[in-house]
Design a protein around this ligand. Structure first.
Ligand SMILES: *Cc1c(COP(=O)(O)O)cnc(C)c1O
Length: 396
């Protein structure tokens, strides 16, 4: 029987998902829907995908037993080290997979949008690797805020196009990308960076990130003899690292899944990105999900200290995991995340990304039993956040 947590034949998880797109985009999305599963499941794709994940990305990433963190919080705490991937986070698992799919579909040009620039860098990286043209749309304000990532994308050969309309941030970059895709339906592939967007993107990206929990399964078995951990914790922006970390545990009800959103200055401060707490049902980026919106249905600008969690919605799978209570949604504030950064650095000698630190921050809010086995998905490394860390170090 098909899992209730797998997308159904119409592209939905419960009431969430679907493809709410302009009619002009229908052929592009249909082409992808008609082909993605067959490509992903083919021997040829699996061989190349696994080869690149191993020799280019550096997988499998370790499942590291964090002894001093475990001593502090109780239980046995493992970190899934996605921070050790090439380019510094889990995002490359997805871009490697999608570039192979784009090539298989005969596409000659890749477009993407990016907010903080992390997905833009991961996309530009695989385009350099495959020698494919890459155009990244980015809000004009974000271009100014994220200069190092813009420089990286340019070094990698990508063209970065500023989105100058609206708030000049991520949603405006998304609009520009969609406009470009409508204008270039034949040769262009739209590479989306999280489990968001119209069906089949959420399912496709989830499958490409599922390598995270596929490895966790055999690694935990090897280390402990146990089939499953008791708890898996991951941060949620759009939801791709969490989808990957949860994927192979979705039907194993004894495994608690904890999704952690960014509370910014506090859930009810007006400066937050805790979508599950503040959002309502609506359509965002081509799918029905929950999103932060005002009384007129206009998207509310989210806020988090961490650029990767600063997103006004969550993917449709997560909306369903929340509604069905399969996952427990928690949150952490900017300050709690910063505290978790300095703590992990001192206790384990690992500087995490700000996003990942939100997942670490909830350890302090849980009642952990002595025999509890917990895996925290450490989605990325902290190099990109060093400027923020230096600033707050002075305040300490
Ligand atoms: C982009 C990013 C995230 C958030 O994206 P998801 O799709 O929710 O995983 C989390 N952690 C890091 C390190 C990121 O770069």
């Amino acid at each position: 029987m098909k899992s209730q947590f797998q997308v159904d034949e119409n592209g939905y998880y419960g009431q969430f998902g679907g493809a709410f797109i302009p009619e002009l985009l229908f052929p592009n999305v249909q082409e992808l829907e008609d082909n993605y599963l067959q490509i992903i499941e083919s021997e040829e794709f699996q061989k190349e995908y696994k080869y690149l994940l191993k020799d280019y990305v550096g997988r499998p990433t370790p499942l590291y037993l964090a002894p001093r963190l475990s001593e502090k919080y109780g239980g046995t705490i493992y970190l899934k080290r996605e921070d050790l991937n090439h380019t510094g986070a889990h995002k490359v698992n997805n871009t490697i997979g999608q570039i192979l799919i784009a090539k298989k579909l005969g596409k000659k040009r890749i477009i993407a949008e990016t907010g903080a620039g992390q997905h833009g860098v991961a996309t530009a990286t695989v385009c350099a690797l495959m020698n494919i043209d890459c155009v990244v749309f980015m809000g004009e304000i974000d271009i100014k805020r994220q200069a190092p990532n813009v420089a990286r994308m340019k070094m990698l050969g990508a063209t970065v196009i500023p989105a100058t309309s609206g708030s000049k941030t991520l949603k405006d970059a998304t609009n520009e990308a969609i406009r470009d895709w409508i204008g270039n339906p034949e040769d262009t592939y739209y590479l989306i960076g999280s489990v968001v967007g119209p069906h089949p993107y959420p399912d496709m990206v989830g499958r490409l990130q599922a390598i995270i929990s596929e490895e966790m399964k055999w690694q935990l078995k090897e280390k402990t003899g146990k089939e499953n951990p008791d708890t898996v914790i991951a941060c949620v922006g759009g939801g791709s690292n969490a989808a990957g970390a949860f994927y192979h545990y979705l039907d194993e009800k004894e495994v608690d899944l904890i999704a952690v959103e960014a509370a910014g200055l506090g859930v009810h401060s007006g400066e937050s990105a805790a979508t599950s707490q503040l959002g309502d049902v609506g359509v965002l980026h081509g799918s029905k999900t929950i999103l932060m919106q005002d009384e007129y249905g206009q998207v509310v600008e989210p806020y988090s200290i961490s650029a990767g969690l600063d997103y006004p919605g969550i993917g449709p799978l997560h909306a369903y995991l929340n509604e069905s209570s399969r996952a427990i949604f928690m949150n952490a504030t900017d300050q709690e995340a910063l505290d978790a950064v300095y703590e992990l650095t001192k206790l384990e000698g690992i500087i995490p990304a700000l996003e990942s630190a939100h997942a670490l921050a909830v350890l302090d809010k849980m009642e952990i039993k002595n025999d509890q086995v917990i895996i925290v998905n450490l989605s990325g490394r902290g190099d990109k956040d060093l400027e923020t860390y230096i600033k707050h170090l002075k305040d300490e």
